[in-house]
Design a protein around this ligand. Structure first.
Ligand SMILES: [Zn+2]
Length: 314
């Protein structure tokens, strides 16, 4: 009897931080079907998980704006076929052609599908630093994707954006003024946010995370990210946010899981350093307030180590 009760209790326990989330759109390579978040602005929400064969590398948000004078896509997608799958969905929604594709940075899931879009004759637009990442590390990024994506990666080639900018790139189409902005150093080189002032919506890119733990890479300078957040990202005063990862939401929510997490982790590491702690101990600072986030298991200790290495020298 006790055994059965125990089994029932276990079954009723909500799953925490699991990446075993089933594909939500089995009929497509996309992890989920695009949804219209506000009129004209759609997003296919990626899995809040590492890239896998099952999610086809669709673990970031692939958004598009149906402007009335053409469709603007935000993110090339992780592979040629994934970009094609997104295009299939766009064609079901509108007859307007895709006129531009933005890469939110130089990461694989932002830019590896560029070869598909280039073959459609579409301009691919990114920050100069994102283009540089692809020029410098494209071969590694491509082989990393092929390792998990195998046949789903077929047809993918490195295609560097043909249009680059330093501060901002503005498109005015239909009801939309689309401002692609470089707000400053954040998560990775060449991060941009796409700001729609008329709709008060920002397609934030990796500036903002939701529902999953953010990854701190070797080149993610957390102090700079926080400064960019406070001085530039907050200044947009966006009503709606489509984050780089996780469902569309508002500023309060992405502030909690992005700026809030960065500040929390930095405070934990600061205390650890002040108490004479070393790198080996830094991996295990308490991050329990965030353990319910997806990718916690993969990232929490790594993030702590990287923040320690940075803060040692601050
Ligand atoms: Zn991302």
């Amino acid at each position: 009897m006790r055994g059965i009760l125990f089994a029932l209790m276990m079954a009723a326990t909500p799953m925490m931080a699991s990446e075993d989330i089933a594909d939500q759109y089995p009929g497509s390579l996309l992890y989920s079907k695009p949804v219209e978040f506000i009129p004209g602005v759609w997003s296919a929400i990626g899995a809040t998980a590492p890239p896998t064969y099952e999610n086809s590398g669709h673990n970031n948000n692939l958004s598009f704006i149906v402007t009335g004078e053409g469709v603007v896509v935000i993110n090339g997608g992780a592979a040629h076929k994934l970009a094609e799958a997104l295009h299939e969905e766009i064609k079901k929604i509108t007859d307007e052609p895709v006129i531009a594709v933005f890469n939110e940075n130089g990461q694989g899931h932002a830019a590896l599908g560029n070869s598909y879009w280039a073959a459609q004759g579409v301009d691919i637009i990114a920050h100069v630093d994102a283009a540089h990442e692809l020029e410098e590390y494209g071969a590694q990024i491509l082989s990393g994707m092929m390792r998990y994506n195998r046949d789903k990666g077929d047809g993918t080639e490195i295609t560097v954006p043909n249009v680059t900018f330093e501060d901002e790139y503005i498109l005015e189409k239909g009801d939309f003024r689309i401002e692609a902005r470089y707000l400053g150093p954040a998560h990775s080189p060449g991060d941009i946010s796409v700001w729609l002032p008329n709709q008060s919506l920002v397609i934030a890119g990796d500036m903002a995370f939701h529902e999953r733990m953010l990854p701190i890479f070797e080149d993610t300078i957390t102090a700079d990210w926080l400064e960019t957040w406070d001085t530039e990202f907050e200044a947009l005063e966006a009503t709606y946010v489509i984050p780089g990862h996780g469902h569309p939401t508002n500023m309060d929510q992405v502030r909690k899981y992005t700026k809030g997490y960065l500040e929390y982790l930095r405070a934990q590491i600061r205390e650890h350093i002040d108490n004479g702690g070393d790198l080996a101990g830094a991996y295990y600072v308490d991050q329990s307030p965030y353990e319910g986030l997806d990718t916690y298991e993969e990232l929490a200790t790594k993030n702590a180590g990287r923040v320690f290495e940075q803060m040692e020298w601050e």
